[in-house]
Ligand binder design. Structure first.
Ligand SMILES: NC(=O)c1ccc[n+]([C@@H]2O[C@H](COP(=O)([O-])OP(=O)(O)OC[C@H]3O[C@@H](n4cnc5c(N)ncnc54)[C@H](OP(=O)(O)O)[C@@H]3O)[C@@H](O)[C@H]2O)c1
Length: 272
């Protein structure tokens, strides 16, 4: 079962697990803020890939209860199915003060309502879940930084992008391959950090997008303070795993190339 099947990760998971007997549920088919139905509880589910989430980081500041209802309550509802579960979490559970890669044993300290709801969601997934923390996801569908930059480059000669937040932009296609291996190898349950190799700032990432896409658009490097978004973000969110057998994902730039190639091949709904 895949929850949040309409989202960017949900779609990529459907593609990756296409060889299996998959029930992919969009929000319309199961709003996870509601408990599972009796049919769902009685059905034989071998694995749940829980990709449904409140992902509006700034919106969560204005409605923390709304974010928690989905990210905490929703995850508890999904865990109620009693099936092996993969829950997805984020580098935003950290405060970013460490300045060297965060590993699974590092203490979380979320700065935002979204980060707090995801951290509580990790607990709601239960001790038997695989909790996969990842970061800065992008792919060919949905709302993500690559698609936003490509759209802006159609409209402008210059974009302002923050240069004081560092992380690992992770291609969903690479993440889903690692998740497929994780559950396929029946790896130990618990926390797993799964993010692209390398790291960069959002401004570095924007420049790389324009370079790789052959688009003529300048990047004006600004600070988080200048951007003035409602939710605080960690200035440093590089994730690495300290666990034996952890997947080493390709470098983010390789993920970017794979994503742009998939976009060029038309496997997306980018308006260009
Ligand atoms: N995006 C990132 O950079 C990033 C980074 C680290 C971790 N993550 C985590 O990765 C997971 C997937 O994120 P994503 O990037 O695929 O986000 P996304 O594109 O926003 O997808 C989330 C999906 O969940 C659905 N959803 C929201 N509320 C729901 C509810 N009550 N019941 C059922 N479905 C609901 C959304 O539907 P609607 O569109 O109808 O709202 C959407 O289809 C999340 O757990 C997120 O926290 C994301």
């Amino acid at each position: 079962m895949i929850t949040g099947a309409g989202g960017q990760l949900g779609r990529a998971l459907q593609e990756r697990f296409a060889g299996d007997d998959v029930v992919a549920l969009s929000r319309e088919q199961w709003d996870v803020a509601s408990p599972p139905s009796n049919d769902q509880l009685q059905g034989a589910v071998d694995l749940v890939l829980h990709a449904a989430a409140w992902t509006d980081v700034d919106g969560a500041e204005a409605d923390p209860q709304g974010a928690s209802a989905i990210n905490v309550g929703g995850t508890a509802n999904v865990a109620e199915l009693g099936a092996p579960l993969v829950a997805f979490s984020t580098d935003y559970v950290f405060d970013g003060r460490k300045r060297e890669p965060y590993v699974e044993s590092d203490a979380p300290n979320p700065l935002s309502a979204y980060g707090r709801s995801k951290l509580l969601g990790e607990a709601a997934a239960g001790p038997d879940a695989w909790v996969v923390r990842t970061s800065w996801l992008f792919g060919t569908t949905g709302h993500n930084f690559v698609r936003t930059m490509l759209r802006l480059a159609d409209e402008r000669d210059e974009v302002s992008v923050v240069d004081d937040q560092r992380g690992c932009p992770t291609y969903v296609g690479h993440l889903t391959a690692a998740v497929h291996d994780l559950v396929g190898s029946d790896a130990e349950r618990g926390l797993w950090h799964v993010a692209a190799g390398g790291d960069c700032t959002w401004a570095d990432f924007a420049e790389a997008i324009f370079e790789e896409a052959g688009v003529d658009c300048r990047v004006c490097r600004i600070t988080t303070e200048e951007l003035g978004r409602p939710a605080p973000r960690p200035a440093y969110g590089v994730l690495r795993s300290e666990r034996a057998g952890a997947a080493a994902l390709p470098h983010w730039r390789e993920g970017l190339r794979a994503c742009l190639a998939a976009i060029a091949a038309g496997r997306n709904d980018h308006p260009k």
